[in-house]
Design a protein around this ligand. Structure first.
Ligand SMILES: [Zn+2]
Length: 301
């Protein structure tokens, strides 16, 4: 995945709360003590704001909440910076995703409201309660913002065994923005059943995967304000790496590899590895959000 070297990056779409580039900014977070299984459970629930409960034991939060974009602002100015620096690439991806959805909403006469992505380190306070990094990246419907400890991308490789890479990381962000789209168009409210292979939760998650693919389909043709696309190149290797990541966060894979070995479909909340690959593929091959109707289909894959 490559970015247009001369394109400008819009830092207003991110809020860096990592605290002075990591110096003394790491938030000590008490309680919780989520192990691998905790991570899995909370990661899966993240789209509902089902993150660590606010209040008890998390009073140490605070030092990491200050937004300080100065370091990003000096490092991440252009697409050339995004090609060199992973944090800048994340900013560029967020810009591209929101440029696409703004244009897509406009095409259907709707208005897209931009969502800020918060970079945090250790722990963060959100409209959905306090959260530690263990929850993984998530979207909070209550404040309409995305939260990510960028260390998660390293964890995807080390703990989940994913190949990783910039486009695999872009898939993760595009999935979270898929939840933002669902929040804006009211789909999130359709969720009644929260676990099981055909549950609304699984349908919501697979749709977010499909929306991620839809963005990817349009990424190299969506112009920024300067009229040129920010993303210039997505290779087959990039797509394979995103599919690899999708497979590593499928419910069955997580249960088998990280949760004790037994696959229990009744606990599915995001869909199987195959389903996640299928719906991302549907999105990227059609580029049509209407094809992401996971709520009506009888065939989730
Ligand atoms: Zn999700």
């Amino acid at each position: 995945m490559r970015f247009d070297e001369g394109a400008g990056l819009d830092l207003s779409e991110v809020s860096d709360q990592r605290g002075g580039g990591g110096i003394g900014g790491r938030v000590a977070i008490g309680g919780g003590g989520l192990g691998v299984l905790g991570l899995v459970v909370y990661f899966l629930l993240s789209q509902f704001g089902g993150v660590a409960p606010s209040g008890s034991g998390l009073s140490g939060l605070g030092s990491g909440e200050q937004t300080d974009n100065s370091s990003l602002s000096s490092e991440c100015r252009t697409g050339a910076d995004a090609n060199r620096n992973r944090d800048c690439a994340t900013v560029a991806v967020i810009n591209s995703i929101q440029d696409y959805w703004a244009a897509e909403f406009a095409r259907s006469g709707q208005t897209y409201r931009k969502a800020t992505t918060n970079f945090f380190s250790g722990g963060v306070r959100t409209g959905c309660g306090n959260a530690s990094s263990d929850v993984g990246p998530f979207y909070c419907p209550a404040d309409s913002e995305v939260y990510i400890d960028l260390a998660f991308f390293q964890e995807l490789r080390s703990r989940f065994g994913a190949q990783g890479g910039p486009f695999a990381e872009a898939y993760v962000l595009a999935h979270e923005y898929g939840h933002h789209v669902q929040n804006l168009n009211g789909t999130s409210d359709r969720v009644r059943t929260r676990s099981g292979p055909a549950s609304d939760s699984v349908r919501l998650e697979l749709q977010a995967d499909c929306y991620a693919g839809v963005w990817a389909n349009h990424a190299t043709t969506t112009p920024t304000e300067n009229g040129r696309p920010l993303v210039t190149d997505i290779t087959q290797d990039d797509i394979n790496r995103a599919l690899d990541t999708a497979a590593r966060i499928g419910d069955d894979y997580i249960q088998r590899e990280l949760g004790g070995g037994q696959v229990d479909q009744s606990k599915f909340s995001h869909g199987s590895s195959k389903q996640r690959e299928k719906w991302f593929t549907t999105g990227i091959s059609t580029g049509d959000p209407a094809r992401c109707d996971t709520f009506s289909t009888r065939d989730l894959g």
